[in-house]
Design a protein around this ligand. Structure first.
Ligand code: TMP
Length: 222
């Protein structure tokens, strides 16, 4: 069976980490080898870019710099880790991917989406997740959760309007996509996990139907 790339998206404090662990366990019980990645980050160079983009500087960090660093990190990750893992028959779970750039740099910072489209084409071509789970949380609630984990970083200090615009963009992207599903992350963690489990079972069942091993297809043809 062709391995899949599954991405978990959401604002800070949405609960991505525990959902990623849930998906990882589910895939392992199905007998798949699994690799987990995060963005920005996931390779030595991309992790250095992550540090660079999240920290505060004594100079203005332009939104163009922020955007380009996100795509630089993504290019490193996809070429050095995600594609090789999938070629080695591993399923990949991503903590964020391209949808984050559209939500944060497009919706949040207000960068023209055609610029993002050009960068996406250059760095990713037609590579995209097979499934994206978007965990929807109100920014004030998510940021309070993030604050409880420690000091906020440069991006997290961008203000409520930035996150409200990012959330609005996330919701529009999910509505427009047939490969993305929204989960209400304002619920209790148990309820979020049970919603994710239901979605995952359904998605996996239909994925199995459309991705039969080639030997099955051959035997049906005979
Ligand atoms: P996190 O993975 O711990 O949430 O940190 C990543 C931060 O980077 C988070 O604030 C979201 C932000 N980000 C963007 O602004 N654009 C992107 O394309 C990505 C991947 C992350």
């Amino acid at each position: 069976m062709t391995p899949s790339f599954i991405v978990v998206e959401g604002l800070e404090g949405a609960g991505k980490s525990s959902v990623i662990e849930l998906i990882r366990s589910f895939l392992v019980t199905k007998g798949h080898a699994v690799e987990c990645t995060r963005e920005p980050g996931g390779t030595p160079m991309a992790e250095a870019i992550r540090e660079c983009v999240k920290q505060s500087w004594d100079e203005v960090v332009t939104q163009e710099t922020e955007l380009l660093l996100m795509y630089a990190a993504r290019s490193q990750l996809v070429e050095n880790k995600i594609k090789p893992a999938m070629s080695a028959n591993k399923w990949v779970i991503g903590d964020r991917h391209d949808m984050s750039s559209v939500a944060y740099q497009g919706g949040g910072r207000g960068i023209d989406l055609s610029v993002l489209g050009a960068l996406r084409t250059m760095t990713l071509g037609d590579f995209e997740p097979d499934l994206t789970l978007y965990l929807d949380v109100e920014p004030s609630v998510g940021l309070a959760r993030a604050r409880g984990r420690g000091e906020l970083d440069r991006i997290e200090l961008s203000g409520l309007t930035f996150f409200e615009n990012a959330r609005k963009t996330y919701k529009e992207l999910v509505t427009a996509s047939n490969k993305a599903i929204e989960i209400d992350a304002m619920q209790t963690m148990d309820k979020v996990h049970s919603d994710v489990t239901i979605v995952l079972h359904d998605w996996y069942a239909s994925y199995l139907l459309t991705n039969k091993p080639s030997s099955d297809n051959d035997s049906r043809k005979a």
